[in-house]
Design a protein around this ligand. Sequence first.
Ligand SMILES: [Ca+2]
Length: 155
Amino acid sequence: MAQSYTDIWFGYYADQYREFHYTDNSTAYYTNWNPGEPNNSGGYEFCATVSRQHGRWNDANCDWPQPFVCSMWKSTSMTGTPPNPNNCPAGYTAVNSACFKVVTSTATQANALAACEADKAGTNFPTASLASIWDIHDNYYLKVLKKKKDLKDPL
Ligand SMILES: [Ca+2]
């Protein structure tokens, strides 16, 4: 049976002291852990995933290949640059004050981060990283967006 990629990397990760941070250094105001998570199962779970089924989070092994979601902050410097009326770069969708892009190919968390950061090249956006989820609206949007994407198998 093919893997269904229920879980997707975003930019939340634990340091050696088990304190979580965002890869773009933004402050975490909101969390949505699955009950019992983060559990650091086996002592190897330092990267967070968000479920496209129910939107809740899990800490997982950073080396597992998973789809991922990138984000950039909106930039007013993108004003008037069609076809990006929402101050987001091409391929990104505006949600609240950020721009998100779901990537359906799989990568380790580190390679996913590198892929997101590469999207900054050729733009004047100040940051590009794995996604930060600031609030329940972001989280709900991502759940809906991911369900629309072809992630190998239907749920
Ligand atoms: Ca876990």
